[in-house]
Design a protein around this ligand. Structure first.
Ligand code: SF4
Length: 304
């Protein structure tokens, strides 16, 4: 009985604060997704965007925010949600159709037993992910064609992109990330990543707020990708110690200076000659780099 009297004064300001924070989060998600879409011209007039849904928090959030943006976008486009049911044991096949029916948007569930193929081909204990994702990719490209989709939207976020960058550097010897927009390897589809600017922690909060019916991603029983986990932990550790570092690193991907890297295919180092003209952006050669003077809008000082 007493709780009835005690609760309102303490919970009301807290509820108001949570509501304010959630509203700010929603605005940020919409702003960042809208900005990425505009910066890379991801969605154009008349597009039919195939939103790939896995049942994880990221793809739910991508669809959720994209539908909000659809209401006020300067171009008109369609959204069709697609899930590939790979017939993993225990996959709750009813969850996505129920969710999408309730949303009232067009959707397609593609049933393909890639799980059995992968199990059959990959020896016990070996990682199944590369064959599994190759099969999934081929199927989704085909489905995109059948549905008349002009864009394929994937739910990778900023932190996925940075992890991929470091994985490629550490294990592949390449300066290569995961682009916000690309032409698929079959040359027939344009793939977009509308969450490219969004931090994973914001998606975690949004998924909790929206109570998406998350389907666990461990149903296949595959080993977790340990290298990706380690890189993710390393990046989060940096972010904890130096807030803003991940944002700076993503900015770096948008401010590439080929003349200050070492790839002869991207800069004509061999043919380099003195120009006789001073260049303020040129290499000072003998000076230590002054990181504070980056001049990039919003870029923070990097403490090494
Ligand atoms: S975790 Fe499982 S479902 Fe995901 S790519 Fe790997 S094998 Fe496929």
């Amino acid at each position: 009985m007493s709780a009835v009297w005690i609760d309102p004064p303490t919970s009301a300001p807290r509820d108001a604060r949570i509501e304010r924070e959630t509203h700010k989060l929603e605005k940020r998600l919409c702003r960042l997704m809208g900005q990425a879409i505009a910066d890379y011209n991801m969605v154009e007039e008349g597009d039919r965007v195939m939103c790939c849904l896995s049942g994880g928090k990221d793809s739910y959030a991508m669809l959720d925010i994209l539908l909000k943006l659809q209401q006020r976008a300067p171009v008109s486009f369609e959204v069709v949600a697609v899930n590939l049911d790979q017939k993993q044991p225990g996959f709750p096949a009813h969850v996505l159709p129920e969710y999408l029916s309730a949303l009232g948007i067009p959707f397609h569930i593609e049933n393909q037993d890639t799980y059995s193929i992968v199990k059959d081909k990959i020896p016990e204990g070996k990682t199944m992910c590369s064959l599994c994702s190759r099969l999934r990719r081929g199927i989704l490209y085909r489905v995109a064609g059948e549905l008349g989709a002009t864009k394929i939207a994937l739910g990778h976020h900023r932190d996925d992109i940075l992890q991929t960058l470091f994985l490629n550097m550490f294990f592949g010897g390449k300066l290569k990330g995961m682009p916000p927009k690309l032409v698929s390897d079959d040359g027939r589809n344009v793939v977009i990543r509308p969450l490219a600017y969004v931090a994973e922690k914001d998606l975690v909060r949004w998924a909790a707020h929206r109570q998406f019916p998350i389907i666990p991603c461990t149903l296949c029983g595959s080993q977790e990708n340990l290298q990706r986990k380690q890189v993710a932990a390393m990046l989060q550790d940096w972010e904890r110690k130096h807030p803003g570092r991940l944002e700076n690193m993503f900015s770096a991907l948008q401010n590439v200076v080929p003349s200050h890297l070492a790839d002869t295919a991207h800069y004509d180092f061999k043919g380099l000659q003195p120009t006789g003209v001073p260049c303020t952006d040129g290499d000072k050669a003998f000076d230590a780099e002054a990181f504070e003077a980056s001049g990039l809008p919003g870029l923070q000082v990097v403490r090494l």
